[in-house]
Ligand binder design. Structure first.
Ligand code: K7E
Ligand code: CUA
Length: 664
């Protein structure tokens, strides 16, 4: 079916009213901006010095490319975990060992735009093992190990552009998904080099199922489903009754490729796509589908060698739902859907049209009945479209304006964020009636109930992640902190408890009880298990070696000295690698390592670990190096010198630590 795509001029007239409404509404903010906080709110968030928070909250770092960790209810920032961006604080992306983590088919990419943290699950409930997060720009998914709070692996997603509906997990983390935000032409050079206006013919989408190995956390693409060209936005797994299915929101069913603001807001309904992933898995096992050549990186941090390894993968298995039956179905969903959320029972799928003034709630049993009866309303690019009336449980009427995302409390209620009317609305899953609402400051995006997208939420709090901050904190020039707000949902009424600032744009976040994570914590690495190729397991193993113009230094650190700390015989033109092993075997005794003029950040080396700093000296002379982390009373004494001689010099290579009477 060919519909002419709207030209800009026509679209601006045709959609003028909607366009104006939406663009004026998004500035709208509640009048009671300094809303009253109940008298006992402070006591509810107060975590006394030395005591722990009840929940860990993993929050997307947005365009910082990282993930930050807060304690709830205090809102205290605990960690900023480097994921897709270099981090000078830890040396992530600067040390030789971590550089492969950021390798992609486009080369070394030191940044991404992360949106959605997703905790790994066992039987549909967060288990505290891993937290996944997506890279939106150069499509990737990362896995953070909650034993170390470090990025353990990163996989690139081929045939994807804008990995937004990601990395939502199946109930036992068999797979995490990726759905492409931008459809693109794929295949050979000739197939990709096509006019933009041939979108309908040539542009396709993909949703990919990525398998993390349960032991190692290494990730690879299990299979990829080809879809009609559209934008995929968010996704959630089925569970309980709907286990085996996955649901993705899609917008731009207009298939616009220019001025989407208007051109992709024409149709009354876009879609939620239901994917039968168990079926897809079965097709894959039966050898159905097509292996397509691609190049993508799977990077993994090996904790035995303390070094990341990149594996380049060369093909992906693609399943075409027009050939393989019963793989995907479309369900009409009003007005450019964004969030796509599944209730704890798995029976209800909540769509959220960004431009809608209602919330459609789909019923999984009705979806199955409609599929069985072939109760369809035509097709979209060859994929059956189920009848809206046949698959809907009902609509939440007039809940607010611009619903985005929904989380659940496990007590029969849903909490939906409304960007345009800037509020959270609590509604009953049974009656679909709103029962409470609170304003948010300002223009909420995602929201998070601990375990709120799982089978068994810990329905004590809801946290709002707002898009606009304005006057909530002390001003800090043109750029402001991002704003989160904590509400109690213990009682019938939601109650504002706390504002706390966050980093980057906190799109989504997840939370779980601290007790599920705390017992996993690694306190230090066993030095006897350190298999780094340049480890020095004691000061006796330290040495220096020239390999052409490369000089390798096996170095150790312990409170409060480096061995060696006097190095001579380096020449201009040499590339020096300091392989520094932290000999400490105790919790919380990192040492830092920095050298003047290194085009690099410091290293921060954890006890039992080896990390490498590369240094190319640029001038003749003696250069100091030192420990950056105040580790003991004599931390300021933790230093050394490297002598650099002219290229022509024949000073012998020498590395030593001299005792006080060495010269006597
Ligand atoms: Cu900010 Cu999930 Cu990228 Cu909605 S997304 S708000
Ligand atoms: Cu080691 Cu300071």
């Amino acid at each position: 079916m060919k519909r002419p795509i709207l030209t800009t001029a026509v679209a601006l007239t045709g959609a003028a009213s909607l366009f104006v409404l939406f663009n004026t509404m998004q500035g709208c903010r509640p009048k009671t901006a300094q809303a009253a906080v109940q008298g006992d709110a402070a006591a509810k968030v107060y975590v006394k010095p030395g005591a722990y928070d009840e929940f860990y909250n993993f929050v997307s770092g947005g365009f910082s490319g990282q993930m930050s960790v807060y304690g709830i209810p205090s809102g205290r920032l605990l960690r900023n975990i480097p994921v897709f961006s270099e981090d000078p604080q830890s040396g992530y992306g600067y040390s030789e060992e971590t550089k492969p983590m950021l390798m992609t088919s486009h080369g070394y990419i030191p940044w991404d735009d992360s949106h959605h943290p997703e905790l790994s699950q066992t039987d549909g409930v967060p288990d505290g093992k891993w937290c996944f997060i997506n890279g939106n720009n150069t499509p990737r998914i990362a896995l953070v190990d909650l034993g170390t709070f470090r990025t353990r692996s990163i996989v690139e997603i081929p045939n994807c552009a804008g990995n937004h509906s990601s990395p939502f997990t199946t109930p036992n983390s068999e797979y995490v998904v990726s759905g492409t935000r931008f459809s693109i032409p794929m295949g050979t050079d000739a197939e990709r080099d096509v006019p933009i206006e041939s979108y309908r013919e040539n542009f396709k989408g993909t949703v990919s199922f990525i398998h993390p190995e349960p032991e190692t956390g290494k990730m690879s693409i299990a299979f990829q489903i080809i879809t009609p060209g559209m934008n995929f936005d968010l996704a959630h797994t089925g569970k309980g009754v709907s286990d085996g299915w996955f649901f993705f929101s899609c917008y731009n069913s207009e298939q616009a490729y220019s001025l989407l603001e208007v051109n992709a807001s024409q149709r009354d309904k876009d879609f939620v796509m239901a994917v039968n992933w168990k079926k897809a898995e079965q097709y894959a096992k039966e050898g159905k589908g097509r292996k397509v050549p691609v190049e993508y990186y799977s990077n993994w941090y090996n904790e035995a060698t303390h070094s990341a390894e990149s594996t380049v993968m060369n093909e992906v298995l693609q399943l075409d739902p027009r050939e393989l039956k019963d793989l995907i179905y479309f369900m009409p969903c009003p007005k450019s859907p964004h969030g796509c959320d599944v209730d704890p029972s798995g029976q209800y799928i909540v769509g959220s049209g960004k431009l809608a003034a209602l919330i459609p709630v789909f019923d999984f049993n009705k979806i199955q009945a409609a599929i069985a009866k072939n109760d369809v309303d035509g097709d979209f690019a060859g994929i059956p479209v189920l009848k809206y009336e046949s698959v809907i449980k009902g609509e939440v009427k007039k809940p607010g304006l611009g619903p985005l995302h929904t989380e659940f409390d496990g007590k029969g209620f849903a909490y939906t964020s409304f960007f345009v009317s800037s509020e959270i609305v609590k509604w009953s899953l049974e009656t679909l009636e709103p029962v409470d609402r609170v304003p948010t400051y300002y223009s909420i995006g995602h929201l998070c109930v601990p375990g709120g997208d799982s089978k068994s939420p810990w329905g004590k709090y809801v946290i709002a992640y707002n898009k606009i901050t304005k006057d909530r904190y002390l001003p800090t020039g043109p750029e402001l902190a991002q704003s989160a707000q904590l509400f109690s949902i213990d009682g019938e009424k939601m109650e504002l408890l706390l504002d706390f600032p966050t980093i980057g744009e906190p799109h989504y976040a997840q939370a779980l009880p601290a007790e599920l994570v705390k017992p996993r914590e690694v306190k230090f690495f066993d030095i006897n298990k350190n298999e780094h190729p340049f480890v020095a397991r004691g000061e006796k193993e330290t040495k220096i070696e020239r390999r052409g113009n490369e000089v390798h230094v096996w170095m150790t650190c312990i409170r409060s000295h480096f061995t060696p700390d006097n190095i001579e015989g380096i020449k201009l033109g040499d590339v020096v690698y300091f392989h520094v092993t932290n000999l400490e075997q105790d919790w919380d005794v990192p040492h830092g390592f920095a050298i003047k003029g290194a085009a690099n950040a410091e290293l921060l080396i954890m006890p039992g670990e080896t990390q490498t700093l590369k240094w190319i000296p640029k001038e003749v002379g003696v250069t100091p190096m030192y420990c950056t982390d105040f580790c003991s009373a004599l931390h300021q004494e933790m230093q050394g010198y490297v002598r650099v001689s002219p290229a022509s010099s024949n000073i012998p290579l020498k590395a030593e630590t001299r005792s006080v009477d060495a010269g006597a």
